[in-house]
Write a new protein. Sequence first.
Length: 469
Amino acid sequence: MTTGAITPKLVSLAWPLVAGNLLQTAYNLADMFWVGRVGRNAVAAVTLMFPTAWLFVSLAMGLTAGAVALVSQHVGAGDDRAADAVVGQVTLLTVGVGLVLATVGYIGRHPLLVFLGAEGVVYRLALDYIEVLFVSIPFTFLFFVFRAVLRGAGDTRTAMWLVVLSAGLNVVLDPLFILGVGTFPAWGVRGAAVATLISRIFAAAVGVVLLLRGDWGIRLRVEDLRPDVPVLKKLVSIGYPATLDGAARSFAAVAMAALVARFGPVATAAYGVGLRLMSVSWTVSGAVGQAAATGVGQNLGAETPDRAARVTWTATAGTMGVLFLAGGIMFAFPAPLIRAFIADPAVVAEGVDFLRIIGPFLAFFGGLMVVQGGFRGAGDTRVAMALSVLSRWVLRIPAAGLFAYQWSWTLSLVGPSVALGGLSWGVDGLWWAWSFSAVASFVVGVLWFSLGRWQEGVIDDEKRSTPGD
């Protein structure tokens, strides 16, 4: 990514990531498709658990953000041995955190479901799902390490093929475990979680073997699995804002799911299907943002910051063009898209409203994610975190309370009192809060990146030599 025309190299780096993310999305969609055959309550249960699952995925992405920044900048600087040392340390850190989170999450699963507003049958089904989900966390985190370090080294294709295999396995197992075929039991939503668990164990195991072999530009060395305090400190220093970023995004998703749940299972089911369709935005923009992070990191390591900026602007413009088209399709054909997952007329009607409000603004969701990728590649994860907090907690959640609900409050200061109140738009107000926050936070992100304060990188203060020399 440090020489030659930017667009072809960006496409070459990004398309395997897009394909891999599409396949990840495919088995999320497969879960929803087969769970939709079980019934409305099953869809609502999985929908309530989706933000929780995304919370842990986001935390894993945050933990590996430091790895991407350090590996890509060491590679750009020509120091491959230092990059290998980062691989060992991020493996230790990520697996350790994954085990702790899995244990804490399993112990606290009942209070979590109460907080989310799950009741009755939905509570029972959600519990079936989340118990297996927590077991899968360490394996999910380990696979994210594999993808992140290869991406930092500039190899996005190997991880893509592993995603192909694991997603394919998940799609095959879904109907067997959810509906029951032959000797397989009909486990319903628990079957969806078991299928995901098996596919993630497979992906993690293969990823570790490939890293130990070291034939793909980066290597996991056994001697690097001893704690290296300076490297761990650097990973934590870069990674903790990204971890907080993931937590802020995911807790906001949990909060939004709880707000939606107050409108009943129809709105919750429609929201779940709509989120799966919206995941096309996260799939494309998340992948391109990851490619931009690699390009920015390598160019900062090679001391070409102007080219790093061009990588980010090129990636943002291309992504938004694709997502304007995808959003147009959602706006024009919402009912067939919802019916592909569930035939319940009430859910379809609510899902149509969701897609017609979200669709025209889909590109802004994606554009912000790419700009954040540019910041992460530079190691400036604090700004990426700040943009996530702005988008969700400063804009989206307050706007949801203002647009959706009926409330009143009188503000009395010096002079006449001022009456404030909610707009009472109902569940549509929640969808409008999403769109409003996307546009406003994208504008702030573009202006912030334009300032150029991210161009110093994170290895300028280190000796660019092999550890131990």
